[in-house]
Design a protein around this ligand. Structure first.
Ligand code: ACO
Length: 436
């Protein structure tokens, strides 16, 4: 961290001594005020629920400029990565800081592909779930259970363990997601096939059956790979912060990533793509494009609790750059499958147009986020709606690991332990039950 020449001074109206606070400069983005000594020197905490103004760490991995609508992985714009690199190159970049050379890529791909199978015993564990369990419930369980199957890579303080756990997680997530899917539809699991690409292998594990070989379609495989790349990391979002906080206790990497999966499940975060598609389906059933006006009215009515899913973002106050790329992929996939007249896609485009012109959304800087179009793409590929968030988890695993490893490797890292403003009862005596 580079100290700034500027210092902040904190003063109090009650005459308490003022305090000088150092500032640090990042390479880009806002400076931060270092408040680490605040409590020791003033006996006061800061109050920032939801971390609206708090940087919880310093990081070199992902940078977002929400006003510009810019997303950089290790300095590279997402638009360039999505077009010029595949997902495993992006994984290498996120994990090790640089794009791989051809030989580094070959070696990395070979390492990942070597770990695509899961311990055979895991299928018996999976069988304990109800067939109608939500895939994210299953994934939270399966990923957490990896720590029970891979004892030799659970020491978070051992860099070799962290490395092997990282490769295992990236390699096994597609296998686990596909297994969870096959289980719900009562089909046999399909083992990975290591001569396919990462995305191609995933699609084969999802859609092949023992009696019918699946021939991956290049356009759809590319779309799936792009979905993975666009979701690979997104700096200190809720699930990533969860992984960091969970990992800060020294727990094993599989347990920390399982915590990330659990957090991602929520509809305000990774569950939004599922919620968005369900919303489009609901509007379609209400009467489609003709009913957009009524729906928007409901969204603007604060008492309705209805949100336009796939719109708005804590950081982006402009068009999410991933949404633009996803919109492009959406056109490509629907074109390839002859679905350009898909009513949900038409509905989404119309909804987007109307919302972008509406004063409510304009004033609040609410733009489409990546989830607005990713659901339509996944549905066209044949992914069932409840599996969307599991695919997001698959893709985000590399970001979680990169962030977790960055934290553990930081000599200044400490267990995460926020404080609170206590507003409950002060000390009081327990009365015997008969007197209460
Ligand atoms: N529809 C309608 N109104 C919205 C929406 C929306 N999608 N998003 C925000 N608003 C409104 C809020 O009601 C609030 O209005 P107010 O100022 O009149 O009270 C204002 O815009 C600011 O919104 P906040 O909730 O304060 O913004 P916050 O940063 O806390 O929330 C969030 C961001 C959770 C993403 C929110 O926009 C949302 O719920 N969007 C829908 C769910 C979604 O698409 N999530 C995906 C996020 S991207 C991802 O995880 C990959």
């Amino acid at each position: 961290m580079t100290p700034s020449d500027v210092k902040a001074t904190l003063s109090f109206s009650d005459g308490s001594p003022q305090m000088e606070l150092p500032l640090y400069k990042g390479t880009i983005g806002p400076d931060v005020i270092d408040i680490r000594k605040l409590y020791a020197q003033t006996g006061k905490f800061t109050y920032d629920p939801g971390f609206l103004s708090t940087a919880s760490c310093n990081s070199t991995i992902t940078y977002i400029d929400g006003d510009k609508g810019e997303l950089l992985y290790r300095g590279y714009p997402i638009e360039q990565l999505a077009v010029n690199c595949d997902y495993l190159e992006t994984c290498y970049l996120l994990l090790y800081g640089e794009l791989p050379t051809p030989s580094q890529k070959e070696e990395f791909v070979s390492r990942v592909t070597n770990h695509t199978m899961v311990n055979e015993q895991m299928q018996f564990f999976l069988r304990g779930f109800r067939r109608d369990a939500h895939p994210m419930a299953v994934m939270t369980g399966l990923v957490g259970a990896l720590s029970a199957f891979y004892h030799d890579s659970t020491d978070i303080n051992n860099p070799e363990h962290r490395e092997i756990a990282a490769i295992r997680l990236i390699a096994k997530m597609p296998t686990l997601v596909a297994m969870a899917y096959k289980y719900t539809i009562g089909q046999p699991y399909i083992y990975p096939k290591n001569d396919l690409s990462y995305a191609g292998n995933f699609m084969r594990m999802m859609f092949a059956t023992p009696c019918e070989e699946y021939k991956p379609n290049d356009v759809l495989v590319r779309a799936m790979d792009r979905i993975f790349t666009l979701h690979a990391d997104h700096e200190q979002n809720a699930s990533t912060s969860t992984v960091r906080l969970c990992g800060s206790s020294g727990t094993n990497p599989f347990a920390a990533i399982a915590a990330g999966v659990a957090c991602l499940w929520g509809p305000a975060h990774g569950g939004a793509n599922e919620a968005c598609l369900n919303m489009l389906n609901d509007i379609q059933q209400m009467g489609g494009v003709a009913k957009i006006g009524d729906f928007i009215k409901q969204v603007k009515d604060k008492s309705s609790n209805v949100k336009l899913m796939g719109f708005g973002h804590r950081v982006y106050k402009n068009y999410d750059p991933r949404a633009k790329l996803m919109r492009e992929t959406c056109h490509e996939v629907l074109g390839e499958l002859g679905l350009h007249d898909d009513p949900l896609f038409k509905l989404a485009m119309e909804l987007e147009k109307i919302a972008l012109e509406d004063e409510y959304f304009v004033a609040r800087k609410l733009y489409p986020n990546v989830d607005f179009y990713s659901g339509i793409v996944q549905r066209a590929i044949g992914i069932p709606v409840p599996l969307f968030t599991a695919i997001f988890a698959l893709a985000r695993t590399v970001g979680w690991i990169a962030q977790l490893n960055e934290m553990i490797g930081d000599p200044e890292y400490k267990i995460g332990r926020p404080r609170q403003l206590f507003v409950g009862a002060t000390k009081r005596d327990v009365k015997p039950i008969a007197q209460r």
